[in-house]
Design a protein around this ligand. Sequence first.
Ligand code: NAI
Ligand code: MG
Length: 325
Amino acid sequence: MTDEIAVIPGDGIGQEVVPAAVEVLDSVGRFEFTEAEAGDRVKRETGDPLPEETYDLAASADATLFGAAGESAADVIIPLRRAVGSFVNVRPARAYPGVDALRPETDVVFLRENTEGVYAGHESRLSDDLSTLTRVVTTSASERLAGFACDYVEERGYEGFTVAHKANVMRETDGRFRETVLGVADDRGIEADEVLMDAFATHVCLDPGQFDVVVCPNLAGDVLSDLAAGLVGGLGLLPSANVGAENALFEPVHGTAPDIAGEGVANPGAAILSAAMLLEHLGYDEEADRVERAMTETLADGPRTADLGGDATTEDVTTAVVDRL
Ligand code: NAI
Ligand code: MG
């Protein structure tokens, strides 16, 4: 059976890096690609940034590859994560040889809660002076995240994981998160330690080598993984996976990069590494390894795009990766 992959390039450089990732996937396996629209462009044409057929396609495909959306990003990516039932956002931040990184020893994987916290959408304007936000933390979502984290470290041979939280201040919500995640780890016999998320921000800059897998609430995972992106040489290389029980969506961490969109010079690395995560998710471990290796070797030997100090185009880099495959 051929896997069906939904392809949603979106706006800006999504239109450039997603085709690059599709070319790479096409060179290692046989997939049925179905393309769909989302983002600012389709919103201008139809009034809707996420057409129903795109939502349905992501919900039914074996996996989805997404690029980025512009101003409408929140109206696109949050429903799309819901379409695939995603409960965890996996964000590896790894420095690659040959890339000028602030902290070349960085190799940290963030497992970010993907459904609740302060991103649950409960905001209110109560008066001209006052707005509020309700933070949602459930035992069920925390348990599901912790179960995934235990499987993740077991399958990949990590010693354990670190839980980042702020339970000393948000005693009820992060108290529940902390207690639940540590409890699941304890039941499963997985080693888990903990760190206050603000202290983590300092520690990961000064000594990233001490962290492997970090389990975080939603907002903390978003911010701390972007911080780690800065340690490894920028957004052009950070892939991510939104994993659900049966379905998943893969996307570069970066956005539409309006400053370089349309010039054909975007780094396709993050999208190609997202495609490698997609391959692994579908059970093509060997192909996933090959893609990651081809990308790593290309980063080390060149050609490189301008964000990494080179002058190659998106196409030059993609061709170099495909040639190695
Ligand atoms: P951005 O990630 O698009 O760009 C930040 C900087 O990084 C820019 O200088 C850009 O040129 C550079 N950059 C990013 N990816 C690159 C790549 N592959 N190769 C080379 N350089 C790259 O973030 P920004 O500027 O904050 O947002 C731009 C737009 O993207 C906004 O409309 C925002 O809403 C949207 N966005 C969408 C996301 C999504 O769809 N998941 C995520 C983040 C932003
Ligand atoms: Mg972000």
